[in-house]
Design a protein. Structure first.
Length: 178
């Protein structure tokens, strides 16, 4: 059995190692998913789905690369897929062909209870999706621009520009809200 996934900090493969990985990355990935989706419950589902898929695909202990970046990319991709499905469902509902979209305005849990986090989340929601995604992946996901660029299929310069313009707009939004 290889040591790729579990080399270094995670020596022995198995349930214990997967639990440690989950405990180590869960909170950061949850914050990332919430920031991208603006839905605590959907974010929790996304993070759990990513870890289940990770456990199934890498049960043999073979994984090479940056685990944090890999999991962050998986979360971002799942949220992107979820948002596309939600938009399609809303479009069908507007046409009268599908069910009404679920109400996602339920009260948030402890993780987003403080006022500053709500203000930041609201400001992030006002950004264009491309800028918001880059900012969240870079700050919350702790991903480098080149890793983000690779996962989005754009150049590192494009990612850098989206980040820079997004931060500028975020500052403007937050300064107006204060």
């Amino acid at each position: 059995m290889g040591r790729g996934l579990l080399a270094g900090r995670h020596q022995e493969p198995g349930t214990d190692a997967l639990c440690r990985i989950y405990d180590r990355y869960r909170d950061g990935l949850l914050i990332l998913a919430i920031a991208l989706s603006h839905d605590v419950h959907a974010a929790e589902d996304v993070v759990h789905d990513v870890f289940v898929s990770f456990a199934q695909n890498f049960a043999d202990g073979e994984f090479r690369g940056n685990l944090r970046a890999y999991l962050g990319t998986c979360v971002a991709n799942r949220v992107r897929d979820l948002m596309r499905k939600k938009r399609r469902g809303q479009a069908r509902a507007a046409e009268g062909d599908g069910p009404e979209p679920a109400d996602t305005e339920e009260p948030s849990r402890r993780i987003i209870c403080n006022e500053e986090l709500r203000l930041l989340s609201s400001a992030l929601a006002e950004l264009p999706e491309e800028q918001r995604e880059v900012i969240v992946l870079h700050i919350h996901g702790q991903m480098r621009f080149r890793v983000i660029a690779k996962s989005l299929g754009v150049s590192a310069n494009t990612v850098s520009g989206r980040y820079r313009y997004g931060l500028r707009k975020l500052r403007s939004i937050l300064n107006g809200a204060l």
